[in-house]
Design a protein around this ligand. Sequence first.
Ligand SMILES: Cc1ncc(COP(=O)(O)O)c(C=O)c1O
Length: 447
Amino acid sequence: MTTAPSAATASAAREIPGRMVAGDLVYRTPPAAVFTRSNGVRLYDVDDREYLDGEAANGALTWGYDAEIVREACLRAMAMPGLPSFCESSLRISVIDRLADRFERAVGVPGRVAVELGGAQGIEMALRIVAAHRGDGPILCFQGGYHGRSPFTAHLSASSRYRASQPWPGPEVVRLPYPDCGSCPHRPLNGGCNAACASMVERLGTNDMLGVPGAGASRGVAALVVEPLLNVGGFALPDSGHLRRVADHVRSLGGLIVVDEIFTGLHRLGPEWGFQLHGLDPDIIVASKALTNGVTPFSCVWAREPLADPAVFPPGSHSSTFAGNPHSLAVVDTVLDRWAGWPGATESMAEFARELRTALEVVAKRDVVRSVEVVGGLARIELTGPHASAVRAKAARADQRPGLLLASTGMAPSVVALHPPLVTSVADIRLMAEVLDDSLKELEGDI
Ligand SMILES: Cc1ncc(COP(=O)(O)O)c(C=O)c1O
């Protein structure tokens, strides 16, 4: 039986351009702006209204909208346009070396790098490596975690909505309690933290009821997949001590530690990689967004030796025509040059965090704001109720002042985040904070 669409669905449908499949418009309504150009931290719509990008193109845009990156990368790729992934190139060898160097320096052990098309594909590649060594045992991830929406990765991502359109079986997943006491579903009704969550995690593998086999079981734990900060799960920063205890325990059960740095990699949280903030010791790392500054789809997977040895992944065992295309590799090469030219990045990020915190002092005093937390280049603003989409829509309105694009997510309707490009000037950080403050003031008038 077909049910008639609700009035809300019908009116939303009317806003979708006629020939467009709307599934991936989730982050774009609102704002309904149609952009025509961008520069630095600014976007302009068809009516030339100005917008400040306070979410850095979903976390990808550390260097801002920068046509120079495109130009430089095109020049590098022009010598060899369109080579498919299964042909080798000097560009691919050198980019993989540069990436491997970065990971090896950060983890302290040698490893190998695979290149992939996007975040979800990177996670899938990471889990192929896991499966090659640990078989099909359960994968542990956190409630509120997000690792993509492909038919496979949707099983690891928390919201059941992501699996609604893909009915196929996936891996066995055990979800650990949401690692943020403030909004954990297990917190006592009168607030505070339920310490039993943490001790429950340490009982995994010792109590059959928790669904996790113990050390030495015929089919052990395959891996822990963890984000250093839960992006789509509400920008929550897990407690480092808790994360380390969970990782140690998973390792004691035989599982590999996979760190999803797709959003957090390249200084978004301050240090080069988010796992460094927590003192984690990863076996496998997946990175993506900031590696191309949003210019091309790309991800990479680093695995410590000998996890991705050619004996496990011989030529032809994993292939995708465009994964290592010269244009993407040239973009990564250009972006890595930018990073190499910013040797004091970690120290500069401490300054960036201070500026964000200072600019948001006024926001933190609003009645409708419960808390403001800044970590590196990200500010998490928790509201007193589920007002995130209202604030986001108000901030994005470009009328007397520029619109501000804020991050918010369906999984955390009380939280908005400001994570602008890392090259945002102090004056623009202050302007973003002002627009946000105006929007919150307007919200206070409405509720
Ligand atoms: C932490 C994390 N993992 C995985 C993904 C999925 O990446 P993609 O959208 O490129 O598939 C994202 C995307 O937002 C992410 O933030």
